[in-house]
Write a protein that binds this ligand. Structure first.
Ligand code: DP6
Length: 361
């Protein structure tokens, strides 16, 4: 599919008003998206686990205007309260997706949104938030075009979510999603995420992700600035090539179920992401002392127990701990007794791999 396939023809149906609600999860990248070209095209392919309980619920109410206006018209309520701080991001999203949703200026919208995870936990809400909004808008488009098939609905939802926030395009479906062209991944695309359709070993079923909230403050580096750091980065080309290679490695690992090899790829990706930030101009150090303390404890735990606990990081100090379901009991006990102390207010979130966004009745 190309961008043009997402530009609709005249709509066969008319819709006056209504509402729709979607719940969309966050995701955690195993091979990281870091660096982008114009129009939210990723510099390298990435793959993520879709999460389950970290999610955003968004209700979209729509009312057709008497006549189409020159401007977008929307109210934004976050956890029940008007939230002006989020308006610029939504407005930018609307401007970017308008060519693909030409009805946007014909309606007054109310967007009511809330997150399952604690507010300002440092967990990126743009992936779950943007994907939930994209799905709501697609539900309206489906009412305007009832012939729309499921495949188109899903692909276009991911396509629109990407225009809001790159990683959001990986939050529509489960359980493993690839975004970005990769030679050996069937139907992979720079325009939207696709489910990873190869064989996946049972070791990865119900994989766990416990998120340790080390630093709940505002992000030090916005994602826009962060991705820009990869322009003219001295190691950019090598890094982008490495992401392709790591996806090849993961493809084999998912088939074989080799957890030790899985850990090598995933932890190296996390540290590479931070290494890119440390070696860019300007440079950023986003890990905190507690991030490092946790990582060292994870290494020691592995050595002592032979279990397969590993870490990954986003562009911040929080740590995602990934581990197989069958090792969950011992690992969770270790987290509670040894790692909780490094979390702000002792806070962490137990999540696991999930199956993607859901429409609520
Ligand atoms: C480090 O998707 O937040 O989490 O496209 O600018 O909205 P924008 O960036 P964003 O970047 C996420 C980067 C990452 C790695 C990843 O999720 O792949």
């Amino acid at each position: 599919m190309t961008e043009k396939d997402f530009i609709p023809k005249a709509y066969p149906a008319a819709v006056e008003h209504g509402e729709v609600t979607w719940q969309s999860p966050s995701n955690i990248a195993l091979v990281k998206y870091w660096g982008k070209l114009d129009n939210q095209i990723p510099a390298n392919p990435s793959i993520s686990f879709t999460l389950d309980s970290c999610r955003t619920t968004t209700k979209l109410k729509f009312q057709k205007k008497q006549k189409s206006a020159a401007d977008f018209d929307f109210r934004l309520l976050f956890e029940g309260e008007e939230k002006d701080a989020f308006r610029p991001k939504i407005l930018k999203f609307m401007q970017r997706v308008e060519p693909y949703l030409p009805f946007l200026k014909d309606y007054e919208f109310t967007i009511e949104t809330s997150n399952s995870f604690p507010h300002s936990s440092g967990i990126a809400s743009s992936a779950s938030g943007m994907s939930a909004l994209a799905l709501c808008l697609m539900s309206l488009e489906r009412q305007l075009n009832p012939e729309m098939d499921e495949e188109y609905f899903t692909r276009k939802s991911s396509f629109l979510a990407r225009l809001g926030s790159g990683s959001a395009c990986r939050s529509i479906e489960g359980e493993l999603v690839v975004w970005g062209m990769h030679n050996n991944i069937y139907r992979s695309s720079d325009l939207y995420g696709v489910p990873f359709r190869d064989e996946v070993h049972d070791n990865f079923r119900n994989y766990r992700d416990t998120i340790l909230l080390v630093d709940k403050g505002e992000k030090q580096v916005s994602s826009t600035l962060g991705h820009d750091l990869m322009n003219d980065h001295p190691y950019a080309e090598t890094r982008f090539r490495q992401a392709h290679d790591n996806l090849d490695k993961l493809k084999k690992i998912f088939r074989s179920g080799d957890l030790s090899e899985f850990i090598k790829v995933v932890e190296s990706e996390a540290l590479t992401l931070h290494a890119m930030m440390m070696t860019s101009q300007p440079y950023f150090l986003l890990m905190k002392p507690n991030t490092l303390a946790i990582i060292n404890k994870v290494f020691r735990f592995r050595e002592e127990t032979g279990l397969h606990l590993c870490f990954t990081l986003d562009a911040g100090a929080n740590v995602h701990l990934l581990f197989p379901e069958k090792e969950a009991q011992e690992t969770l006990e270790f987290i509670e007794s040894e790692l909780k102390q490094y979390c702000q207010n002792g806070q962490y979130i137990n999540d696991r791999v999930g199956s993607g966004a859901k429409k609520l009745a």
